[in-house]
Write a protein that binds this ligand. Structure first.
Ligand SMILES: [Zn+2]
Length: 377
């Protein structure tokens, strides 16, 4: 059984017209589904209480976020990562973030209660939210809340993060937890926010060798990315044998993304998403919760998440974008759109350092496998 989770109030998490984490991206997906005559049936989650969020976040942090979101003047907000360009203080943002956290939590509950085998939450994926720090457009860690609900039910959970940025918040929250494996595939922190996610960050205590990081070289293409999945993620899941997979499906590794430097195409995303579904089938009876995440080229992100929606629902992908949708959004964003759902190939000029990039990524996988080998016996 597959379920979609969404709430119109997700768009209350709006950090301003110039902010890249725009609710417009999901609005574009929903609009495209409508134009393609694809059913969009979803369950609306309830909002979570601030109290519940203290399962993940420090209480002082939650109290402050709630207060500033109501417009209260609290002098030390910057100690908690707020009031920056990335995490501006916007009235009502906490309510939007709590609806999104409620969606992820509902997804976890549907899986735990056996009411769904796969859940797609059309929003969220706030992997940079730390215990007591807002960062990287993220306020409350919806992913961690969902994972915690699963581990409270006695499950082992594998968290797979394909956002182009390191999933640092989720990793931090479960760093010593032996019930949670975190796997983050991202552009190396040498070049990209948040500057972490190195192979040697393996977890500690009981969580050792269960926090896996695959920092990839800038300009990594799809073939190398898929090789990393097959050579590192596949054996990791086979070793850990999770009860469920939680996946952050960020679309910012696309070549057109303005904030990062990987070179995935929509075709690559299709292959990656399909591979993740297979991995869920092979390792945890298909049980998986998918959230959205980063993705800052709306023209690419909207098509990538539409591809995810089609794969999730097992519907064949359409070739063409409807003219009405394309023309409407071309006008609103003042940018030309392709005529097809997929990128038109070749999408970019050949990468000059391709062999070097592929070799670097192979080395990263090897170093990680060597590092965890003594603990995976
Ligand atoms: Zn990202």
């Amino acid at each position: 059984m597959r379920r979609i989770i969404y709430h119109p109030k997700y768009s209350n998490y709006d950090l301003g017209p110039e902010h890249p984490f725009s609710p417009l991206r999901v609005e574009m997906v929903i609009d495209l589904l409508k134009e393609l005559n694809v059913p969009f049936n979803y369950i609306e989650p309830e909002i979570v209480s601030p109290d519940l969020l203290t399962q993940i976040h420090n209480k002082e942090y939650v109290d402050l976020v709630e207060a500033v979101s109501k417009g209260e003047e609290i002098p030390n907000y910057s100690d908690f990562g707020l009031g920056t360009a990335d995490n501006p203080i916007v009235k009502g943002m906490a309510e939007g973030a709590r609806y999104l956290a409620g969606g992820a939590l509902l997804g976890a509950k549907l899986l735990i209660e056996g009411k769904a085998n796969k859940v797609l939450q059309l929003g969220g994926g706030f992997h940079h939210a730390h215990k007591k720090l807002a960062a990287g457009f993220c306020l409350y860690n919806d992913l961690a809340l969902a994972i915690k609900a699963m581990t409270n039910a006695g499950w082992h959970v594998a968290y797979l993060d394909i956002d182009v940025h390191h999933g640092d918040g989720v990793q931090e929250i479960f760093y010593t937890d032996d019930k949670v494996m975190t796997i983050s595939i991202h552009e190396s922190g040498e070049f990209l926010f948040p500057g972490t996610g190195w192979v040697y960050e393996l977890g500690s205590g009981m969580g050792r060798s269960l926090k896996l990081n695959l920092p990839l070289e800038p300009f990594t293409e799809g073939d190398s990315y898929l090789e990393v999945i097959n050579k590192a993620v596949e054996p990791a899941l086979a070793y850990f044998k999770p009860d469920a997979l939680v996946v952050q499906t960020g679309a910012d590794a696309h070549f057109a993304d303005p904030l990062a430097d990987l070179m995935l195409t929509t075709h690559d995303y299709e292959k990656i998403y399909r591979r993740i579904f297979e991995l869920a089938d092979e390792n945890c009876k298909g049980r998986a919760l998918f959230t959205l995440g980063g993705g800052y080229c709306p023209r690419a992100t909207s098509r990538i998440w539409t591809i995810l929606y089609f794969i999730f629902n097992n519907i064949p992908l359409p070739e063409k974008l409807p003219d009405t949708w394309r023309k409407h959004w071309e006008k609103r964003l003042n940018k030309p759109f392709p005529e097809t759902l997929h990128d038109q190939l070749p999408a970019f000029d050949p990468i000059p350092r391709k062999e070097e990039v592929v070799k670097h990524n192979k080395d990263v996988v090897q170093r990680l496998m060597d590092a965890v080998a003594p603990d995976w016996l």
